[in-house]
Ligand binder design. Sequence first.
Ligand code: HT7
Ligand code: ZN
Length: 872
Amino acid sequence: EQTIYLKDYAPTPYRIVSVDLDFRILEDGTRVRAQLTIEPRAETAPGTPLVLDGDELKLDSIAIDGAPLVLSAYVADANSLTIVEPPNRRFVLDTQVTLQPEANTRLMGLYRSSGTWCTQCEPEGFRRITYYLDRPDILAPFKVRMTAPVAVAPVLLANGNPIDRGDAGDGLHYAVWEDPFPKPAYLFALVAGDLGAITDSFTTMSGRKVDLAIYCTHGKEGECHYAMDSLKRSMAWDERRFGREYDLDIFNIVAVSDFNFGAMENKGLNIFNDRLVFAKPETATDANYHGIERVIAHEYFHNWTGNRITCRDWFQLCLKEGLTVYRDQEFTSDERSRPVQRIHDVQNLRTSQFPEDGGPLAHPPRPDHYREINNFYTTTVYEKGAEIVRMLATLLGEVDFRKGMDLYFERHDGEATTIEAFIKVFEDATGTDLGQFITWYLQAGTPQVEVSDSFDAASQTYTLTLSQKVDPTPGQPDKQSLLIPVRFGLIGPNGNAMSWSGVSGGTVRDDLILLDKDSVTLTFTGVANKPVPSLFRGFSAPVKLRSSLTQDDLLFLARHDSDPFNRWDALQTVSTNLIAEAAQGRRWTAAQADALRQALIDTLDNPELDPAFKAQAIAIPAETALGRHIGKDVDPDAIARARHDFVTTLVGPMADQLEARYDALTVPEPYSPDAAQAGRRSLRNGLLTLLTAGSDRGAALAASQYEAASNMTDRYAAMAISAHYWTDEAQALLGDFRTRFAGDPLVFDKWLTASAQAPDDGVIERMRAILAAPDFPRTNPNRLRSLLGSFVMSNPTQFARADGAGFRFVTEAVAEIDKVNPQVASRVLTGFRILPTLEAGRRDAGRAALDALKAQHTLSRNVGEILDRILA
Ligand code: HT7
Ligand code: ZN
């Protein structure tokens, strides 16, 4: 298998000046004619061969400047087309291929989803449509003509502006689209189908009217309004916050049912997984609405961070993805509650990115080699990438960060660029040396920060030592120290912020400590009393903090910290420590449990706190989070037992109080997905979770909530909680849910997710039956991920069963899925990254399942790479 290295990057000897595509889309196949205007670069030696990428293509015809090529002038196979000796001047290469979109189950290139023809080209799908220099540093303007049967495909869409359309005879019609913005091929898109639509418009800050449309399956138009509203809010926000205006006169979104990812930012024609477009209260949860808003914004924001300025090569993926995730997080924070969003984002980072960064699949946010680029659309590139941008904003401050962003847009508009160029704009705009900071992009692994402190009352001196360390990761045994921004405060005995008269030993700017060496010791003078330090406020850096704070200190922070993130984190740390220690044989004391219980009640009763925040604060860490905290020789059964005992101890004496608050917490009718209403629902469902996990009253409450629910948020929560804690009612609720919503594929996904999380020993057999059912849609990524993704990521006791049955079930499914869709298969397989953390017996069982997968099947490059990295 070939490995691609960043160090080998070189520009192509030829560039593509413009692209003219002609698609003839018919039921029995699609003929693609490509006329590429190409020229050698000034430095290219005459006679240098031109090598174009292909993937599963078969050439029908080829000509240069209108003259067909003789056989000796080119070499064509499924994966490339070489022109042996191209003209030493500008020329037009004219090729024709025929595609079978119907048979394209990989969902890359041109494929069909429920009858609609659509494309997915990022990262390397365009080479499945035509022979091309399929890499992001080749930018060209595109003109696209499409012809298709008018009855099957009345809607014909591509990037840019529509410039012509008409009748093509024989029941066919045509449309011509032109995109004036030079773009890399991964942003190409077309859609042809029989679709409904909703339309709207947006007037930009310079007064231009942009026509907006969301296309969908007929009958679903009514479920697209929240997405449209999110789009208009995103457009306005990008103008306000970053001064970025939309640049075409038309912006289209299309929702499709078969899609490998969440959505795709094709220029002027975003294509979405329909789960991130459709929403109505009876079938979508608050979390679904939140997800739609976020992803609509994310794809829209790519128009500037990704499309106008793109990546030089795929190693720079983080340049567009990390930055755009940062932008979508900021959008949601401004639209909803900033602290609640921050907790949400950090929880996500800790749940998915930290385990990746600490295991066999760890890689830097800007990797330097890969076998299969599709395996690098990871949480490290996306979410850690966003944290790096956030740290930059923290270090520079709002004003200087914006200056740097303005310079980025000005200097690099229309280019394909690099992480180095991105960092340089901030250096140039602000005069800051970011030489050490860039290491965040180049080094894998989550830093661990250790803290110790002391107070000398006589001299009123407080000493704080912070040390950093990063464990080795695959291929990176030695680590450099990073520039870590530590936002902090000192809290005095009365709960108020404390001041100091001087500080020495390191760099402290206002409320920011720069931890820029292996260890920094700061001496604060003029400190009246022993403070409790609040460190990494707002989670100012993606690190694991090991502090010496006692439970009393943490509960003090939970009550008094002015930083909501650290209040939440303190409560989570207390529960995590107590359960993790119990799982390893050291049970909590009654006093410890009593103190935490009181802190939770006080939090619930604090009128100043928002219900959404309270919901996050009272949550008990998941078994998977506890496993990660323990980190080695993990026994998921011991964790599940300890967690169950702990919640029972905690909830028992306050069950009456929790139930009273649950009963009292009303949510106004009618349903609205706004943050305030959603927050109340999440608190109510958080209380229901505690009552179900830790007392015998939750099960019945959940069953009646399920029956009475008037929206999907409450109905799904009641069912999922029942399934997760496998109450007596769980099976009946799952059964009812299945039939009540039969025929709605997105609700079926919810049922699959809840079903896969059941902890009982029958779960694997039930999942086998689900997969084996003749009508199970085994080519649909949403269905497969809902079942298998949820199982590997959220059902640790069954996935990591000691007898290996969970591992075998998954590897057998992966082998089957790999034949149909390697991207989905390799994504499911990443669940095995937990193996090194497990106790020896389970680890061996997991490796045996992986060995068998490798030995017994011919695997795709996607699955092969993940497998080898986990087994290495
Ligand atoms: N930029 C998009 C990535 C994407 C993708 C990657 C691999 C295979 C299919 C895909 N569909 C979309 C999505 C985004 O980050 O905005
Ligand atoms: Zn993106």
